[in-house]
Design a binder for this molecule. Structure first.
Ligand SMILES: Nc1ncnc2c1ncn2[C@@H]1O[C@H](COP(=O)(O)OP(=O)(O)OP(=O)(O)O)[C@@H](O)[C@H]1O
Length: 484
């Protein structure tokens, strides 16, 4: 049997671990609230962070607090405890009686951005009031939590400075730092405001839908709907009614009038993913809608005007499909006015590590698994792999990796990349991969031979130092890895 003090210590260590694991200040505060309520056996708790962007957390959702107690704690800059029985203050006792409380404990709560916050706990009537022991524990608890909050803000600032230093951009769910992606986003920013169709090309999982949402969000249609349709996933016989809607009774099962995707997207954007998969008869109908700007529901003959911007996406070669008469040429010209090419992940250099860290943070928090880091070998494995499934594959591998990893460190085997790295290098599948494998090999040798002196290495390689830097970035090669 564990002693009471052992159990209490264990609980405290658990609390510290929970709070230490939280990276984001905004996610830390609700945890502090929960832990305070639990550790000090309160029935209700409120944490208010004042400042320019005030944050307010409360459990239960609505707690009527004693403003006088909060004021007193703020004025005196210390924790105050007020119990119904020993209360002498008219103001406080009124609020205690009104709210049927036995006991209140409130302390100022400081963060780097604000001196005006407070942590407030209360116990309902018929419970034991807060004791002097509780109050001493509360004091230390607040002091420790303030330190956690300061540390979390520091970490956030460090991360932001590091991001600036490494030119990392995190924008509308898109994370990147590579030149290839900087160029794509610059192009997307140019295309977004134009009232013209866009086609996004790129291998599977490169982020075509994320990019379509980005373009919509930065267009004048941003406040209107964005409807994403995966043309490859809809059975052919349902396609027309899902796209353009149907009238009641137009076929078995059509029990009411129904809008299609185009009507739902009216005023906004429709994203037609895998447009190359559209059956030929639908291609004709789609072309007509794009030209005439109205739709007709199945089983109805009224023309309904629609104002929709089309963003389409494909990972197949549409030109070849046109040549083979699987895709109509007239539709092709209609939708491909503004093309945008998304680079595969293997051409985005260090972005792969950046994205992995981004997913580690996102899913680590979601799974409640705390903080995780990539080992140095895992970083190398990520950079060495050819990523046929691109960002989606990376996301899946990281999700699995988080479950496999122990002691907060993700190793290559957790990502399923322990022997893949070698394989990928030995067997390039395309000419481009073969060229990159040779570039990697020759550049690595020059860097090793010169102890990572870029000027010397570029002389040996017969290229400009700037060009060497660019290739190293593209291949994800780091200078420090070649120093002896
Ligand atoms: N640059 C990025 N930053 C952060 N997350 C990204 C980025 N690019 C893609 N993702 C994520 O990767 C996953 C795949 O992206 P998305 O679905 O947009 O790819 P896709 O090219 O449309 O895929 P498919 O070809 O299979 O339709 C999504 O979870 C998306 O959030």
């Amino acid at each position: 049997m564990k002693s009471e003090s052992m159990l209490a210590t264990e609980k405290m260590l658990d609390v510290v671990k929970t709070l230490l694991d939280e990276e984001q200040p905004e996610a830390l505060f609700p945890k502090i609230l929960e832990v305070a309520k639990d550790v000090l056996h309160a029935d209700a708790a409120v944490l208010d962070i004042g400042g320019e962007e005030p944050l307010h957390f409360s459990n239960p959702e609505k707690v009527s607090i004693s403003i006088s107690a909060v004021k007193l704690a703020k004025n005196e800059k210390r924790a105050v405890v007020w119990n119904q029985l020993d209360d002498e203050s008219a103001d406080l006792s009124k609020s205690i009686v009104q709210n049927q409380l036995t006991s209140i404990m409130v302390s100022p709560f400081r963060t780097p951005d604000s001196e005006a916050g407070y942590l407030y706990l209360q116990r309902a009537a018929r419970k034991e009031p807060f004791t002097d022991e509780d109050s001493a524990l509360f004091d230390s608890f607040v002091a420790v939590c303030e330190k956690f909050a300061f540390a979390a803000y520091d970490r956030l600032r460090d991360k932001e400075s590091l991001d600036t230093l490494k030119n990392v951009v995190r924008k509308d769910g898109i994370v990147y730092s590579s030149k290839a992606m900087v160029d794509v986003i610059a192009m997307a920013d140019k295309l977004s405001p134009l009232p013209l169709p866009v086609i996004i090309r790129g291998e599977t999982g490169t982020g075509k839908e994320v990019m379509a949402r980005y373009i919509h969000k930065h267009s004048p249609r941003a406040e209107k709907p964005f409807i994403a349709v995966n043309c490859g996933a809809i059975p052919e016989h349902l396609m027309e009614s899902l796209m353009f809607g149907h009238a009641k009774g137009s076929f078995t099962g059509a029990i009411e009038n129904k809008k299609g995707f185009f009507e739902e997207a009216d005023g906004g954007t429709i994203f037609l993913d895998e447009i190359g998969e559209l059956p030929l008869n639908m291609q004709v109908k789609l072309l007509r809608v794009l030209q005439e700007k109205h739709i007709t529901r199945v089983g109805d003959n009224r023309e309904i005007p629609v104002n929709v911007r089309v963003i389409s996406a494909t990972h197949v070669d549409l030109e070849e499909a046109v040549r083979e008469k699987r895709f109509r040429e007239d539709l092709y010209f209609r939708i491909q006015v503004l093309p945008l090419e998304l680079p595969p992940l293997r051409d985005r250099g260090q972005d792969v590590v950046l994205l992995a860290e981004n997913f580690i943070q996102r899913y680590g928090a979601e799974y409640g698994r705390g903080k995780f880091h990539l080992s140095r070998n895992a970083e190398k494995a990520l950079l060495g792999y050819h990523w046929p499934g691109n960002v989606r594959e990376l996301e899946n591998r990281v999700q699995k990796g988080l479950v496999q990893a122990v002691h907060g460190v993700i190793q290559p085997k957790d990502l399923g990349l322990d022997d893949m790295q070698g394989q990928a290098k030995e067997s390039p599948r395309t000419l481009k991969e073969a060229r990159e494998a040779v570039e990697r090999e020759v550049i690595s040798r020059a860097l090793k031979d010169t102890n990572a002196n870029l000027t010397l290495a570029s002389t040996i390689l017969g290229i400009d130092r700037k060009v060497l830097r660019e290739i190293m970035e593209r291949l994800g090669l780091k200078k420090e890895d070649f120093k002896v």
